[in-house]
Write a protein that binds this ligand. Structure first.
Ligand code: ADP
Ligand code: G6P
Length: 483
């Protein structure tokens, strides 16, 4: 029987070795949380990196690791510490990530990184060939594996291959600065279908294909040799029911079953019923605009001092890619900013910012989503931003205000949110005031539209639409014969 092979660098779980035993923790990030819901149907095999290096893995644990992953329908690609350095911390996160998020000044073009990226992509392609049959469907995910489609195509010319990019595809002017731009495009074009979150990313990609490879592009088809490659946008949804049900269950929790975190949030509400809670949740990443958001919060408190002691900003920043220097610098910057602002503005009754630098269990995420009055998400550039969608899904009584950056892919589908430019402090201060004073009826009216849309276009529909488009593509006879 044919199956779907999902392939990404990050698996839905990360393995760690502690006290000689194995532990598995859920992965953070839009790709893992979104695809986990698709994969849980049990019809697919998910291939990726386990989170362990070869050097850290004692030979006698190998089969235990395979078994632990098999429980989640996963299989691993082994990577050495050197490969993780060059491929993951190097080319993926010091070259592609900053470049595709328009941080040219952080982008490093290192030949060594590129060479390791190529060889690790080949490892992933080999793992696919080894673990799949000709009639399986291959679905490759994200910027870490952009060469894989072409590498698989070389060995399996007739296999159906889809690729989805979870981050922005930058404009041609940015993309063309990369020394290996043609190879990356060729790698992606090994697919039958290439998907992006938004029409803009799709357009940028097609423009680069036309201008850098000189290929014919018509509407959203690319003509290459004797093949036609389809390119389209599929905005990723969330597992709406999962978040909604979790929020409903959370509301029914008996007081004695509340988490410690929820107790703290409830105590806060009880002691300061007029204080508005504003949450911001992201991986600690410069693309998320966390430092700017903190500065904008200070600006807001100075512009509208009547809200001192009346608002609290809770920042949850999940540790991410901490071997990359820019992430270390950002961590330091945020620590200092929070320390300075709290030091300057706190009173005996009030600390303006609560800052958590850690990964939290799912229950605490729901605690935060449901206890807050406002979610304030200000990425400077974000492929989608699923946190915005998850926040809305958990608002059972339809109250709550979402302030969202226009630079997030999700803003295209969330017009009823308060959309802001994260670089405009004046606008953000006014928007925070608007959010704080927004009547409940208006909040509910806005959220009703948002919830309906998110419920309809959930992650399952997203995956089905992608797979249907890929299947149609494979079934249709669209072989192109050049003149
Ligand atoms: P990105 O993919 O860039 O990290 P997204 O907002 O698209 O950004 O996705 C982040 C995902 O990570 C969301 O699905 C969110 O639920 C999850 N997440 C964020 N913070 C935490 C946390 N502290 N613990 C567990 N999951 C988290
Ligand atoms: C984003 C990327 C994913 C990545 C995730 C977490 O969502 O699109 O590919 O898995 O961030 O980052 P990490 O580097 O921890 O995998």
């Amino acid at each position: 029987m044919s199956k779907t092979i999902i392939i990404s660098n990050r698996l839905p779980v990360q393995l760690q070795i502690s006290d000689g035993g194995l532990t598995a923790t859920p992965s953070v990030g839009g790709l893992a949380t979104g695809m986990k819901s698709v994969h849980s149907g049990g019809e697919s095999l998910w291939i990726g990196w386990s989170g362990l290096t070869e050097e850290d893995t004692p030979a006698d644990l190998e089969s235990e690791i395979d078994k632990a992953l098999a429980k989640h329908g996963c299989a691993k690609v082994n990577l050495t510490a050197n490969e993780i350095d060059g491929f993951y911390f190097g080319f993926s996160n010091r070259t592609i990530w900053p470049l595709f998020h328009y941080f040219l000044e952080y982008t490093e073009f290192e030949l060594d990184f590129w060479n390791v990226y190529k060889s690790v992509n080949q490892k992933f392609a080999d793992a696919i060939i080894e673990q799949s049959n000709e009639d399986d469907t291959i679905w490759v995910h994200d910027y870490q594996l952009m060469l894989v489609p072409q590498m698989v195509r070389e060995k399996r010319p007739n296999t159906s291959i889809g690729f989805f990019l979870h981050i922005p595809f930058p404009s041609y002017e940015i993309f063309r600065t990369m020394p290996w731009r043609e190879e990356v495009l060729e790698g992606l074009l090994g697919s039958d279908l290439i998907g992006f979150h938004t029409y803009d990313y799709e357009r940028h990609f097609l423009s680069s294909v036309r201008r850098l490879l000189g290929l014919e592009v018509s509407f959203n088809d690319v003509y290459q040799d004797h093949r036609v490659i389809k390119v389209d946008s599929f905005p990723m949804g969330i597992d709406y029911k999962k978040f909604r049900d979790a929020a409903i269950a959370h509301g029914k929790n008996a007081p004695e079953n509340r988490s410690d975190f929820q107790i703290k949030l409830d105590d806060h509400k009880a002691s300061a019923p007029d204080t508005k809670l504003i949450i911001s949740i992201d991986r600690l990443d410069y693309s998320k605009g966390i430092a700017k958001r903190i500065n904008a919060f200070e600006y807001f408190l100075n512009k509208y001092p009547q809200y001192k002691e009346k608002v609290r900003l809770i920042i949850l920043a999940v540790p991410s890619r901490s071997n990359v220097p820019q992430y270390q610098l950002l961590k330091k910057e945020i620590d200092e900013l929070v320390g300075r602002i709290n030091g300057e503005l706190s009173t005996v009754n009030w600390t303006p910012i609560w800052y958590f630098y850690r990964s939290m269990p799912f229950e605490n995420l729901i605690d935060l989503y449901t206890s807050s009055d406002i979610a304030w998400l200000t990425p400077l550039r974000d492929g989608m931003n699923l946190v915005a969608k998850e926040y809305i899904a958990t608002r059972i009584d339809k109250t709550g205000v979402l302030i969202l950056s226009e630079m997030a892919g999700s803003a295209y589908e969330m017009n009823e949110a308060l959309l802001i430019n994260p670089n405009n402090f004046e606008q953000q201060a006014d928007t925070l005031k608007q959010a704080i004073t927004m009547p409940k009826e208006e909040q509910m009216a806005r959220n009703m539209f948002l919830q309906n849309r998110l419920e309809r276009y959930n992650v399952e529909v997203w995956a089905n639409e992608f797979m249907n488009a890929l299947n149609q593509k494979s079934e249709g006879d669209d072989t192109f014969v050049s003149q």
